[in-house]
Design a protein. Sequence first.
Length: 318
Amino acid sequence: MKNQEAQVSKALKSIARNQHIKSYIQQSNELYPSLLKAAKRFVTGEYKQDGIEIANELISKGYFISLEYIGENTKELEDCIKVKEEFLNLIGKMGSMSMKQTVSLDLSHIGLSLNPDLAYMHLIEIAEQTSQYGITLMISMEESSKTDAILDIYKKATEQYPNVGITLQAHLYRSSDDIKELIHYPGRIRVVKGAYEESAEIAIGRSEELTERYLSLVDILVAANHPVSIATHDEVIIQELLHRKHVQQPNVEFEMLYGIGSDLICDLKEKGYQTKVYLTYGKDWYLYLCHRLAEYPPNIYTAISDIVQPNLSDKILY
């Protein structure tokens, strides 16, 4: 069964990167609305207000939130500018509501796929606005081919804006070296396992070795008293970190994806730990949906059920 799930996961990660399939689905009057029903288990909706409303609900229940206008690999300059403006509008709305939370983004959504300088220019404009409103800005990590460019841009940005953070993928071998330098920058570090399909030469597959690598990265950050987001749904990792008492420190938080493990993060919050829910909105949800299914292939059954008879009741159990 595990081998079958691994094969399904690899297949889903492969089609997630297929632009032809993505374009076909986005232009299909039949497939788009059907798959959107499945995506809505993990995505708040297609519009900014969808994300704001659910963010407010979760904040009222005692969670921190991270909100993202979803998308990546924007290819046209005009589109990159529109995405930047959407983020500025989102931040402005959050600021007007005194919502001092976190905004996340992919650098390839705001220009990295065209020019690193363009992405940096847009990032600085966004970071300036988040700084004015007391909002944290978190840069997500993408495929390993982009890692150097993403880290270079982050290092320049966080020197000016310490409210800018970065994501580190535990499955990349290089992360053990990257973290030694990143702990000297002020931005919060979000540790994830890594959702992208990478070669065995540069990345660790899902295994006990990956669990140990994840734990070691968190150990380093906690020992350095560095702000860290433990972004995982892995109960083995969570229980071990609780045992090590890392999460009792004020700059350490648990972060989980919206629509996944709501009972788990609710339990952690009730026990007094800092908890954050990662929310997304937007129409470019195809890749995100594929990754959520790839991470846990049995979710395919839930997706089929949502398409046939949507039932989102379990999403409001936070």
